[in-house]
Design a protein around this ligand. Structure first.
Ligand code: SAH
Length: 238
């Protein structure tokens, strides 16, 4: 069933505006009475049938709202050091499918790409990738892509667990770190193509991060976040 995000919600009705109107009426050619799934972007969803189609809005009659089944119990935010051009889109798309709840692009020492302000255009594009992936994978939220931050000023106070994937960590595995307690809000930090400097790892661990190994093989930066997310979900999902 087609799925749309909306915040225009009343007691038994809801409306979708903007780009989605054309998509519903012209591309999908949905008609009055057709059913879709609506999502409020806060983790709630409902079944709904189209009651009116106007040029600027599609109105729905809504069934009772329920918690979206697709939202994981654990909230994982990916702090991704900026990869080479084009890779961030793939990372965001795949990690939304895998259950990430938010993204923070990070500027670190060895990033080949240096983002210069204004960031808004780039962030909007990444946010659209997140929304498309959220619709496709039936997420209950649209994970937010934050403004880029320098590694040296990252703040992890909102997280109960911070894991930095470090290719030179040979003692602590991701599995061990995950099994050492309960986790509700996890930050994962992935280095760029060139990896982290020792100084950066020192900064991150001083701020409470645990450095973990993802195994004996070196993964590309775009693979590391996906692999880590999949393993976190495997470990914590029922
Ligand atoms: N240039 C580095 C590798 C960087 S890989 C080298 O050749 O050694 C890019 C990022 O992916 C790393 O900074 C790390 O965050 C993550 N990563 C890749 N493989 C990893 C592994 N086996 N364990 C932990 N992190 C890994």
């Amino acid at each position: 069933m087609h799925r749309f995000f909306t915040s225009d919600i009343q007691a038994h009705t809801a409306a979708v505006r903007g780009e989605d109107v054309k998509h519903i009426s012209r591309v999908l050619r949905l008609r009055i009475g057709d059913c879709v799934q609506l999502c409020d972007g806060q983790g709630n969803e409902c079944d709904a049938s189209i009651s009116a189609i106007a040029p600027d809005a599609v109105t729905f009659e809504t069934q009772p709202w329920r918690r979206a089944k697709s939202e994981p119990d654990v909230s994982v935010t990916l702090f991704q050091c900026l990869p080479k051009a084009g890779k961030m889109e793939t990372i965001i798309q795949k990690c939304v499918e895998l259950g990430a709840c938010g993204f923070v692009p990070v500027q670190s020492e060895r990033c080949v790409v240096v983002l210069k302000p204004p960031y808004e255009g780039r962030i909007e594009r990444w946010q659209r990738v997140s929304e498309e992936a959220a619709k496709q994978s039936r997420r209950g939220i649209v994970p937010v892509v934050a403004l880029p931050e320098p590694l040296k000023s990252l703040d992890f106070s909102a997280f109960d667990t911070v894991l930095v994937a470090y290719e030179n960590e040979h003692t602590v595995s991701l599995k061990q770190a995950l099994r050492s307690g309960a986790h509700k809000t996890i930050a994962i930090v992935i280095g760029p193509e060139g990896g982290f400097s020792e100084e950066e790892i020192a900064i991150l661990t001083t701020r409470g991060a645990t450095s973990v190994s993802l195994g004996t093989r070196i993964l590309r930066t775009e693979t590391a976040g996906m692999a880590m997310l999949a393993q976190i979900m495997y470990e914590v999902e029922p």
